[in-house]
Design a protein around this ligand. Sequence first.
Ligand code: NAP
Length: 161
Amino acid sequence: MTITIIVATDQHNGIGANNQLLWHLPADLKFFKQTTTGHTIIMGRKTYDSIGKPLPNRQSMVITKQPNLKIEGVQVFNAMADALAACDVEKEVFIIGGAEIYKLALPLANKIYLTKVEGIFNADVFFPEILTSEWKETEHTFYPKDEKNAFDFTLITLVRI
Ligand SMILES: NC(=O)c1ccc[n+]([C@@H]2O[C@H](COP(=O)([O-])OP(=O)(O)OC[C@H]3O[C@@H](n4cnc5c(N)ncnc54)[C@H](OP(=O)(O)O)[C@@H]3O)[C@@H](O)[C@H]2O)c1
């Protein structure tokens, strides 16, 4: 199974504040949608609450410690291992955050789609350190800011060495 993390961070690995994203970047959201559509996405309960609904055309899985949480249109699990065990081994599964779930998934992941946003934001949750000894960059595309996207960002693909 390919376990792929998809995340957007600032220059200090910040990913969110007050259970929201730190920026609105339609070009990055488009990449997220294109990349994850048709696949299973695994997220923490807080990220699910932040989004507020299952994302269309994807199988949503939510991880929680709550024993009886039920969410319509979503598969709920009490452990990352249980969610992964319910995924099709032939397919790529996407870990979409947030910080607690990225921490659980980083040691298991084979690939990372990292959007590195220029700037330092007032984050209260962070992506764990990516050790350069464990990951190799295979793609790198710069997106300059424009009238719809207020910040420069770079889309980076990392694969486990
Ligand atoms: N920039 C990005 O790419 C990106 C992507 C996604 C999210 N975010 C941001 O990240 C923030 C949310 O991240 P977060 O770290 O606060 O929350 P989170 O990782 O989305 O969810 C945390 C929840 O997951 C459950 N959980 C955590 N560890 C578990 C375990 N070992 N077993 C079972 N369940 C477990 C718990 O749910 P219960 O409390 O229900 O037990 C916990 O409260 C928001 O600001 C969001 O906007 C950013």
